[in-house]
Design a protein around this ligand. Structure first.
Ligand code: SAH
Length: 248
C-alpha cells in the first residue's frame, strides 16, 4: 500500500515562470511529496526549472503535463484549490493546516490534489469549480499573495507534519511507553514512602499530583524516565548507606 504522502499531488495551473516550476519541485521533494502535474505551462521543460529544482530534478523529470485541469484531476478522489483572495463563490474555506489534515484522511481512498493558480492571475473560476475545497494560507492582510513555489512549500510542509513525518522515527522509538511511566510512578511512591515523605494512609494527594505533573509533558522519552529513576535509586541507596554508616 502507498504511503499517504505518495497519494498527494501538486497541480500547477498555467505556470508562467519555469523557475517557479523548479522551485515548486524542490519544495515538494523536501517534504516527501513527488507527484507534480503541470497544466498548460507557458514554457516547460526549461533550464530555469532545472536550476531552481537543484536536487529535485527527479521530481521535475517525472512531472506530467496535461492540456486541462480536468485531465490532471481525473483519477483524484478530491481536489483542494489554493487561493490568495477570498472568492464570492466559496465551498468552505479551509486554512492550509486544516486542509492538510482533511486531505490526508481522503488520501486513504485515492489520489488527492492541491491546485495552484497562475502567478499573475491566480486560479480562474472554472479551475476553482473543478475543486471541492478552497484553501487559504493565512498571511498578512496587507499582502497575502505568496510566491507560487512558496505557497507550494507551505502546503507540502503542512502535509508532511500532518502525516507525522515530522517526528523522526528514531525519536518516536525513543518515547517512553505507558509501562515505563507507570514504573516511574511506582518508583516515586516507593522512594517517597521509604523516605517518610509520603505516609501511607495519610490521605495525601501526592500520587495524583505527580500524575498530573507528568501528564503535562507531551512526550517523555524513555531515557528521561530512566534518568529520574536512576536519581531515585541513587537517593535510596544514599539513604540506606547513611543508615548503615550511622549504625556502625
Ligand atoms: N495574483 C494572484 C496570486 C498568484 S500567487 C491572485 O491574486 O490570485 C500564485 C498561486 O499561489 C495562487 O493562485 C494560489 O494558488 C497560491 N497562493 C499564493 N498565496 C496564497 C495564499 N495566501 N493562500 C492560498 N494560496 C496562495
Amino acid at each position: 500500500m502507498k504511503a499517504p504522502l505518495d497519494r498527494l499531488r501538486i497541480v500547477l495551473c498555467r505556470p508562467g515562470h519555469p523557475g517557479n516550476i523548479g522551485a515548486a519541485a524542490r519544495a515538494m521533494k523536501t517534504m516527501g511529496v513527488t507527484d507534480l502535474r503541470l497544466v498548460a505551462p507557458a514554457r516547460f521543460p526549461a533550464p530555469e526549472a532545472q536550476w531552481l529544482a537543484t536536487h529535485a530534478a527527479d521530481v521535475l523529470e517525472s512531472a506530467r503535463t496535461h492540456a486541462s485541469l480536468g485531465d490532471a484531476l481525473a483519477d483524484c478522489v478530491a481536489a483542494f484549490a489554493l487561493s490568495a483572495r477570498p472568492r464570492e463563490w466559496s465551498p468552505q474555506v479551509l486554512a492550509a493546516r486544516a486542509a492538510a489534515a482533511r486531505a490526508l484522511e481522503l488520501a486513504a481512498h485515492g489520489p488527492v490534489a492541491f491546485v495552484f493558480g497562475n502567478e499573475s492571475a491566480g486560479l480562474s473560476n472554472d479551475e476553482l469549480f473543478a475543486c471541492q475545497h478552497l484553501v487559504h494560507i493565512p498571511a498578512h492582510a496587507e499582502y497575502s499573495s505568496l510566491n507560487l513555489a512558496q505557497a507550494v512549500q507551505v502546503v507540502c510542509y503542512e502535509l508532511f507534519v500532518a502525516a507525522g513525518a515530522g517526528i523522526p522515527g528514531s525519536r518516536a522509538e525513543r518515547l517512553a511507553t505507558i509501562e515505563d511511566i507507570e514504573g516511574l510512578y511506582r518508583h516515586l511512591e516507593q522512594a517517597a514512602v521509604e523516605s517518610g515523605f509520603l505516609v501511607p494512609g495519610s490521605g495525601s494527594k501526592l500520587r495524583e499530583r505527580w500524575r498530573r505533573l507528568f501528564s503535562r509533558v507531551p512526550a517523555l522519552e524513555r531515557e528521561e524516565v530512566n534518568i529520574l529513576r536512576g536519581l531515585l535509586k541513587a537517593l535510596q541507596a544514599g539513604r540506606k548507606g547513611k543508615f548503615f554508616d550511622a549504625e556502625q
